[in-house]
Design a protein around this ligand. Structure first.
Ligand code: KG4
Ligand code: ZN
Length: 334
């Protein structure tokens, strides 16, 4: 069978990324230009600044990725692009670049949902096995997805308020850590002990999550201790927060695996880089004979390689689009 080369774009938040993926699993070249340092001084991503930087970076990144490979646009079979969800101004830059190249070079355009991309990041280092449960944990999403086969997504639960990465970043801010604080809380958590009393969030029979109550509990605890003139131990606080988060994520994930009678679990999204979550899932999956797949850290955070992998499978199912497709800041994974 002829090899299929995908040129993929991802610009939904603050990373400008372009990648070339062969046959849905082989990474030929990827470039990720992160704006993290620019946004750090504002304590979070500033949408207007993000889209301006995407505009400045996108052509440089396209050129760089083609230079890194030995390919030209003539070798590319299709163009895949994140159309949503994400920051609308940021999405539009990647989408416009993808449409322009699809038009000039007469290539099929395949729109990819950002979460489908995070899930397919797994396929870049280990073939995905079905049926599976995907635990998607990022700055914008906390979802449990059942997949019977390739590119079939059934969302069985999601967050009712803050996404888990968002909760991490907000808690980090209260602790005086710089943005994005998730990885820093993770490091501190491993140096501390679970000594603070915090609630296990939304510990019910649903597959949904809620992290705003836990986040507020941390904020109140910090304020109360300050008012009483007491020092907060950031390491212990990070450990207590992370223990609650990991406990509820793993508890509901395991319940989903059992109830759907599935023995393949994949983890996706920026928070999949979390050491505490990885360690607990590794232990639980071993005990329960579950095949666990968590991508290497560089595939967990936003990148275009994952969009190229997902785009290949979407293309095989004929999910191409006209050039008048628009970006969507909110969209369900279907
Ligand atoms: O998937 P991603 O790169 O962007 C979104 O699509 O949201 O995820 C970014 C999120 C941020 O909230 C960041 O703090 C969090 O992932 N994150 C972590 C860790 N590494 C990244 N959260 C907890 N522990 C980590 N090690
Ligand atoms: Zn993401």
């Amino acid at each position: 069978m002829k090899d299929v080369y995908v040129l993929a774009f991802e610009s939904s938040c603050d990373e400008t990324s372009v990648s070339i993926i062969k046959n849905g699993y082989e990474e030929i070249a990827t470039v990720v230009l992160s704006q993290m340092d620019i946004h750090a001084s504002y304590g979070g991503v500033v949408p207007e600044i993000a889209s301006r930087n995407h505009v400045e970076n996108i052509t440089i990144v396209i050129e760089e990725v083609l230079n890194k490979s030995t390919l030209t646009m003539n070798d590319i079979d299709l163009i895949a692009v994140t159309y949503g969800p994400g920051l609308i101004g940021s999405l539009l830059v990647g989408l416009q670049a993808a449409k322009t190249l699809a038009f000039i070079y007469n290539k099929p355009l395949v729109p990819v949902h950002h979460i489908a991309g995070h899930i397919y990041a797994n396929n870049l280092f280990k073939p995905m096995r079905f049926p599976l449960i995907a635990l998607v944990v990022s700055g914008g999403h906390t979802e449990l997805v059942y997949m019977k086969e390739d590119y079939s997504f059934k969302k069985i639960g999601g967050t009712l308020d803050d996404a888990v990465g968002e909760a991490y970043d907000k808690v980090a801010r209260v602790m005086g850590l710089k943005y994005p604080g998730g990885p820093l809380v993770d490091v501190l958590a491993h140096e501390g002990k679970d000594l603070y009393t915090l609630p296990l969030p939304l510990d019910d029979y649903s597959y949904n999550f809620s992290f705003s109550g836990l986040k507020s509990a941390v904020i109140n605890l910090v304020h109360n201790e300050k008012q009483r003139g007491k020092e907060i131990d950031n390491k212990n606080l990070a450990c207590s927060f992370q223990t609650r988060v990991v406990d509820i994520l793993t508890k509901k994930t395991l319940k989903a695996l059992k109830e759907y009678n599935v023995d393949n679990l994949i983890v996706a999204g920026g928070v999949a880089a979390n050491k505490g979550l990885r360690e607990k899932l590794e232990k639980l999956c071993e005990q329960n004979n579950i095949n666990l797949s968590i991508p290497p850290v560089r595939y967990c955070t936003d990148n275009a390689a994952m969009i190229g992998a997902a785009g290949y499978y979407a293309y095989k199912l004929g999910k191409t689009s006209d050039l008048d497709i628009n970006a969507k800041s909110n969209d369900e994974l279907v």
